[in-house]
Ligand binder design. Structure first.
Ligand code: CP3
Length: 360
């Protein structure tokens, strides 16, 4: 039998989408936009699904997860989809008992409070129990238009540690910080175990078909710069370094712009920033060799279309047409947001951000 030469496959259409170009820092024909929590309670179609299904059951039903995101992408006209799932699901196979109590947000019933509790957390050896997430990736990818990229995600080590220790949302992060200060050995065990689990989980999502991954360090803004450098950065860096290089990484944190230089040093080809810092200042701090994602205040979406357009323009003006800007909010869409305002934002960014003249 003559050997057949491998035929070069053309790149899949999503590889040359405005979102992927921006994620790689390349010039694109328009500024791409997607929104954190773009599928959620503010959307009637989502509420209809949730009337029949609890949030955890929804997350564990790959077909419904895919449908929720596909409907959202089509309705909003955004340039990327994100896997529909939740940050905290990875904690279940580690042995934490997760509940989404209605109206209260997430609760972990057996939190890691004392140094000895850390040993109770299991090592995630294989994807096993989280296979439903990979099936949701495959089904979402299969249902999306080919030019729309799919983002996978996980919580960053600190944010997951904060949930595991606090047992839910927290105001002062007293418990997680005191564990961190009190017992460096237990902290290292906890953060290392979480980091290995996150790496395995994100690489499995990449293998299942996501094009990009976002690490959410939603709660790390409660730390000062020196604590971040000492107690968090090595772990986040170890995750990012161990990820499949074919998927660009968006590294997002909220709450403390003073962390930006270190966040960027920890890794990620795109840095996600919130509204507490101007986008141009943030980009200068990070360096224009990296891409940036952000940074409209989600509360602006509760104002009218004129104010939304004005503030979107301010952000686009700060980005000044540089390649590598992904438009987003600085945090997730709030449940009270009118869906027409979200659509007005997407349309405004597409219109105002199309083929801006490039600077330097
Ligand atoms: O549309 C998307 O962005 C994709 C899905 C997604 C959800 N959660 C769905 C969700 C993503 C990417 C997340 C990430 C997530 N989850 C984060 C990081 C982002 C952030 O907001 O900082 C965090 C901290 C969580 C943990 C979490 N999940 C909280 C604190 C809550 C309760 C608060 C709230 O807004 O309800 C959730 C629930 C949750 N996750 C909902 C959705 C759609 C609402 C559930 C419902 O009542 O239907």
């Amino acid at each position: 039998m003559p050997e057949t030469l491998p035929v070069a496959q053309p790149p899949p259409p999503w590889q040359n989408s405005p979102f992927m170009k921006a994620a790689r820092g390349e010039p694109a024909e328009l500024v791409p936009i997607w929104l954190m929590r773009q599928a959620g309670r503010y959307m009637a179609e989502y509420r209809a699904v949730r009337e029949k299904t609890s949030f955890l059951d929804l997350c564990k039903n790959p077909q419904l997860c895919a449908e929720v995101m596909l409907v959202c992408v089509e309705r909003l006209g955004v340039d990327a989809a994100i896997l529909f799932s939740d940050l905290l699901l990875i904690l279940e196979p580690l042995g934490l008992d997760l509940e989404f109590a209605s109206g209260e947000g997430p609760v972990l019933h057996n939190p890691v409070r004392e140094p000895r509790d850390v040993d109770r957390l299991a090592e995630l050896e294989e994807i096993g129990e989280l296979e439903f997430v990979m099936e949701a990736v495959r089904r979402t990818r299969a249902g999306l238009p080919e030019q729309v990229p799919l983002i996978g995600f996980a919580g960053a080590p600190f944010t997951l540690a904060a949930y595991a220790v606090e047992g839910g949302s927290s105001r002062h992060y007293r418990l997680v910080k005191s564990l961190m200060y009190r017992d460096t050995g237990a902290w290292d065990t906890l953060m290392s175990r979480l980091s290995r689990a996150i790496t395995l989980y994100l690489n499995a999502q990449i293998d299942a078909g996501v094009q990009v991954v976002q690490l959410f360090d939603s709660w790390v803004g409660c730390l000062g710069v020196d604590d971040y450098r000492r107690h968090v950065m090595p772990y986040t860096r170890s995750v990012i370094e161990a990820l499949e290089p074919r998927a660009p990484v968006i590294h997002f944190a909220a709450g403390n712009p003073a962390l930006l230089p270190l966040l960027s040093e920890a890794g990620g080809s795109v840095i996600g920033v919130d509204w507490r810092v101007r986008l141009d200042d943030a980009w200068r701090t990070i360096g224009h060799h990296k891409a940036i994602q952000g940074n409209l205040d989600p509360v602006v979406l509760l104002a009218g279309p004129a104010e939304i357009r004005r503030q979107a323009k301010e952000i686009l003006d700060q980005a000044a047409g540089r390649p590598g800007h992904i438009f987003n909010l600085g945090h997730g869409v709030l449940p009270q947001t009118p869906v027409e305002n979200v659509i007005a934002l997407v349309d405004a960014v597409h219109e105002l951000g199309s083929r801006l003249p490039a600077v330097d």
